[in-house]
Design a protein around this ligand. Structure first.
Ligand SMILES: O=C(O)[C@@H](O)C(=O)CO
Ligand SMILES: [Mg+2]
Length: 261
């Protein structure tokens, strides 16, 4: 059975962010992930992890002005300095929280910019960050995100992410494979996983359409989980979906799929 982490940016919206940790622990989760801890001092988040016994397994590098619609800065030519500062901030938080994986979001392509030059900026930033994070024992992940939910997102397909990671040319670059985004952009979920398994550090799930609980849409999660087991995937699977009702009640999808938090 895969091991599941609770994505606190999406699960438990009925609670304030800081109270979502206890809610996830009460439901039996052993690990959490979310977009970013940066609104809270690292020692406060570390204390909550200690109190709840939860493991912090992933968060994103600082991703620009989220409220203003930004979705990462990795590909943005005039934000290189901010990206580098963000790596230092993430290193500080990761050390405090014992987190061994961070995700770098490509960002929305500025209108009129040549996509090849944006790839070059991405690769340059990845080449800068990957060894620094490796020295601290932290993996650097890249996540393709569908362009229906985030129009203009620069890195939407698995092969694109892998190509840019190859351009950066460092061993500490890993794919964050979100089945929901992949279903929208390309399908072929399991063969794609199998082809790139050695480069995949983290998986996320939600059903499609709607991005709700597994079992509410067209993705066959029972099959996916069985295949992850058969293929020996030993990473985490992030529950990154929008609960249809109260999060805890909605977790009965797990028993229906023969899995547990
Ligand atoms: O899939 C997602 O939306 C997240 O994993 C993320 O990090 C950016 O929104
Ligand atoms: Mg995701």
């Amino acid at each position: 059975m895969p091991k599941f982490s609770a994505n606190l940016s999406m699960l438990y919206p009925e609670h304030a962010f800081i109270d979502r940790f206890a809610a996830a622990a009460a439901d039996g989760f052993r690990a959490v992930e979310y977009l970013g801890p940066y609104d809270h001092p690292p020692e406060d988040v570390a204390a909550i992890l200690r109190q709840t016994g939860l493991q912090q397994i992933l968060f994103n590098l600082p991703s620009g002005d989220w409220a203003a619609g930004e979705r990462g800065i990795l590909c943005l030519p005039d934000r290189r300095a901010e990206f580098r500062e963000g790596v230092e901030t993430a290193l500080r938080y990761a050390a405090a929280l014992g987190c061994r994986q961070v995700n770098a979001l490509a960002g929305i392509a500025p209108a009129g910019m040549d996509p090849v030059s944006l790839d070059q900026v991405m690769a340059e930033n990845l080449a800068y960050a990957a060894p620094r994070l490796a020295d601290a024992g932290i993996r650097l992940l890249v996540e393709p995100i569908n362009t229906r939910d985030i129009p203009g997102f620069h890195c939407a397909r698995v092969d694109h992410a892998l190509r840019v990671m190859d351009m950066a040319g460092h061993a500490n670059l890993w794919l964050q494979y979100d089945f929901y985004h992949a279903q929208i952009m390309q399908g072929d979920l399991v063969p794609t996983f199998q082809r790139h398994q050695g480069r995949i550090a983290h998986i996320q799930i939600a059903d499609h359409p709607g991005r709700h609980e597994p079992g509410t849409g067209e993705i066959n999660h029972r099959f996916l989980f069985a295949e992850l087991d058969r293929l020996g995937y030993d990473g985490w699977v992030g529950c990154e979906y929008k609960p249809l009702g109260r999060t805890s009640q909605g977790l009965d999808w797990m028993t229906q799929h023969g899995v547990a938090p």
